[in-house]
Design a protein around this ligand. Structure first.
Ligand SMILES: *Cc1c(COP(=O)(O)O)cnc(C)c1O
Length: 476
């Protein structure tokens, strides 16, 4: 029986592993520092294993099953080197059925937006040059006309995200003054965007009115004083109140604001230009409706229901937008050329509603009809029954979620492929982890002992790759 120290001595040295054929092969293809680090990490992890076994059992005997041969360590180090050489951020297959998934980059872009990105990425471009006059232009000009056309607003400015948009609008127009918000709208979005905190950061004083479930116009009116700057209306994107509720419409607020010489700022969150009820979805306030109702400024995200890149869009009155653009912090929150390119291409698709619904992935996915989803689920189930056995694969009715702080209560009917891997190879949670760590990674739902694949968020041209990824995870 070997003792602890001699086990540690048995570990091959770095130089020894570098001469193993598998490592030599990696050294020919991958950066040396990366391979070297993988070798060191692997040796380190074995040292840790020996430690752990020894400490747990107070005897080195159970480390007998550790294979400390150079070949064994080299194999592990070679895999690790390959992993370190791959991108950290990579595309994956979303089989979860959650459409706007913040952890998964929210939404895929339309193909024209992808092309626009590629087009400007590798070349110079006219980001801030007027091609007509040859003089310096504004990066905002590429977007403003489209945004005004679609929203009916006079002016627009695009920032890094909607949190930045709300922050900058408040900081510019209500810094050092009071802003009135209904208690029912003091929301937290995504764990770090909280209305009270963002207002404090923007230097405005929050004045809460009404109650959690009911706020009336007289509540707003009662708190107005010479220090009041604006009424802020916030879309409660990610939760929904039912029962006895009351809130004040944008139009009513706008009338009162006019009378008192105040502003109405509306944070719409999602950014919807199309009427969702036309597609059997719950109603959502549209940007153009809020502008028409008299909101002075409306803010929304670029990468939720709009289906574009991460951005925060402000549309509204020209004089107010000019003030926001002139804020010193606008530079710190400005968008880059990639955002401008992808957002312009996405907005152009909205010029024709039919095109928008067809070409913008989030709308295409939202409006997929159950019959199509059933056909796709059946075809995926067929491909998987060879692998898992027909008895372990079935198509069941289920629901997809919109996610990302939109339509919080909507459950879109879908057809799921439910797989119950039979005893053997891996347990269901192990399979979920293997799929997540695969290439490409696959994200799915686990319910009891079933792996659930929702065809709604799987692109049709990903199906073959998905089946292959599942095969590898199950077999290897
Ligand atoms: C999502 C959301 C935000 C934050 O938008 P980001 O673009 O993620 O910064 C702010 N307000 C509301 C109402 C939202 O739904």
């Amino acid at each position: 029986m070997t003792d602890y120290q001699s086990l540690l001595r048995e570990l091959p040295a770095v130089d020894r592993l570098l001469h193993e054929p598998q490592i030599e092969e990696k050294l020919r293809r991958l950066p040396r520092r990366l391979v070297l680090q993988a070798v060191k990490d692997t040796i380190g992890s074995y040292r840790q294993k020996i430690n752990d076994y020894y400490l747990q059992n107070n005897s080195p005997a159970c480390t007998d099953r550790l294979d400390l041969s150079p070949a064994a360590l080299a194999e592990e180090a070679a895999d690790l080197a390959e992993k370190k050489a791959g991108s950290n951020l990579k595309s994956l297959i979303n089989a979860s059925g959650v459409i706007i998934h913040t952890n998964l980059g929210r939404v895929p872009l339309a193909s024209t937006a992808v092309e626009a990105l590629t087009d400007v990425a590798g070349s110079y471009n006219n980001l801030e040059l007027s091609l007509e006059t040859g003089e310096r232009g504004s990066r905002q000009e590429h977007l403003e006309t489209l945004l005004c056309d679609l929203s009916g607003a006079e002016a627009a400015v695009v920032l890094n995200n909607n949190a930045a948009a709300v922050f900058l609008a408040l900081n510019t127009l209500a810094g050092g003054r009071e802003v009135v918000v209904s208690r029912g709208q003091l929301v937290e979005i995504g764990g770090s965007f909280r209305i009270p905190e963002i207002m404090a950061a923007g230097g405005t004083r929050l004045v809460e009115v009404g109650t959690t479930n009911k706020t009336y116009l007289f509540d707003y009116e009662a708190v107005v004083n010479e220090n009041t700057a604006a009424f802020l209306k916030v879309h409660t994107s990610n939760y929904h109140m039912v029962g006895f509720t009351a809130e004040v419409s944008t139009a009513e607020l706008a009338v009162l604001a006019r009378e008192k010489n105040l502003l109405v700022i509306e944070d719409l969150g999602s950014g919807v230009f199309l009427d969702p009820t036309k597609y059997n979805l719950p109603p959502e306030p549209r940007i153009q409706d809020s502008i028409a109702a008299g909101a002075d400024l409306v803010t929304f995200s670029g990468d939720k229901m709009l289906g574009g890149p991460q951005a925060g869009i402000i549309v509204g009155r020209r004089n107010l937008v000019s003030l926001i653009r002139g804020n010193q912090l606008a530079r710190a929150l400005r968008v880059d050329k990639f955002t401008v390119a992808a957002l312009e291409a996405t907005l152009r698709l909205y010029l024709d509603e039919e095109t928008a619904v067809k070409e913008i992935p989030v709308w295409n996915i939202l409006t997929a009809v159950p019959e199509t989803l059933r056909r796709r689920a059946n075809s995926l189930a067929d491909s998987l029954s060879g692998l898992f056995g027909a008895d372990n694969v079935e198509v069941v009715k289920g629901v997809s979620k919109v996610g990302g702080g939109a339509f919080p209560t909507a459950e879109l009917p879908t057809y799921l492929v439910a797989v119950r891997p039979s005893a053997g190879n891996f347990s269901p949670p192990e399979l979920v982890a293997k799929l997540r760590q695969g290439n490409p990674p696959v994200i799915l739902r686990l319910q009891q002992d079933s792996l659930l694949f929702d065809p709604r968020t799987i692109r049709e041209d990903e199906e073959e790759v998905l089946v292959e990824a599942i095969r590898r995870a199950y077999r290897e």
